[in-house]
Design a protein around this ligand. Sequence first.
Ligand code: PHE
Length: 359
Amino acid sequence: MTTDALKADTLGAIAAADSPEALEAVRVAALGKAGGITQLMKGLGALAPDERLRVAPVYQALREEVSAALEAKKAALGRAALTARLAAERIDMSLPAAMQPVGTVHPISQVMDELSEIFADLGFAVAEGPEIETDWHNFTALNIPPEHPARAMHDTFYARPEGGDESTRMVLRTHTSPVQIRTMMSQKPPIRIIAPGRVYRSDSDATHTPMFHQVEGLVIDRGIHLGHLKWTLETFVKGFFEVDDVTLRLRPSFFPFTEPSVEVDVGCSWEGGTLKVGGTSSWLEILGSGMVHPKVIANCGLDPDEWQGFAFGCGIDRLAMLKYGMTDLRAFFDADLRWLRHFGFASLDVPTLSAGVGA
Ligand code: PHE
């Protein structure tokens, strides 16, 4: 093939290449080890000196022209691929929201949003942890060693009961308290977090479902005492139920991970067959709490002489039932559209402190 024909062929193939792979094939055919142009250059050594002087610059120019054409085509293909990708991944964010409401926000999601709003105002961040937990995070680190009787009270679902030790054995978390451990191990105090989420216990009747929701609260700082806990809980309950005459009753209790421990009841009264928050004619237990046990603080690598704190764990489903008047917990998880339309919330009504967290 003449040099001119080789050039025309190669430049034509470059122009016709429509993918990076096709272009690479053209490059190999021209400039690869056994490529046409490479062969020409290799043949130079066998030519007579004056012939070589004549053709070498021609071959050289050919090689440069082909290299430049390959580069240019490669860049063009790259730009085209990017343009195609941008076009394919385009989202039209100008679509109007459907004016007919097509779904509702579940009361549990609503209550979680309300809690986040109230506690964000008090300087708490929202923390998360896995629902499939190690036995160590769910129990041992919280001062509930293996064989501790408190384990029996939790009706635990064991994900991998046989073999392994506490650090590898997995459970469905029975409370949100393991998030305390994860937070203390991954953040430096001062700590102020809430951790809403799903928890699991093998239990089922009108007021218990095998999966339910809790919100954990944790404060770790210097000089924290029970007074801080009581004020925080009162502020939270007043904000959540939007009533000012809330009375809380703190009862001494026991949890292995708090010392002292208190259970908290909220004062209620019966009005026309339903229980309303306010007054003191009836009491409803809403949460467990206490000062974080020094052993738990030490288990997380912090010095309990320097850092103290309080924690609480509160059933979200029960809060929702009390505030919004549902009577059967199981209906929360039936996915019955009539129930959801009745008790659900408009998706654009985001709870805010200024407009009221109660929707
Ligand atoms: N984890 C406890 C429970 O599920 C509640 C709790 C949380 C108690 C934090 C004290 C402190 O019953």
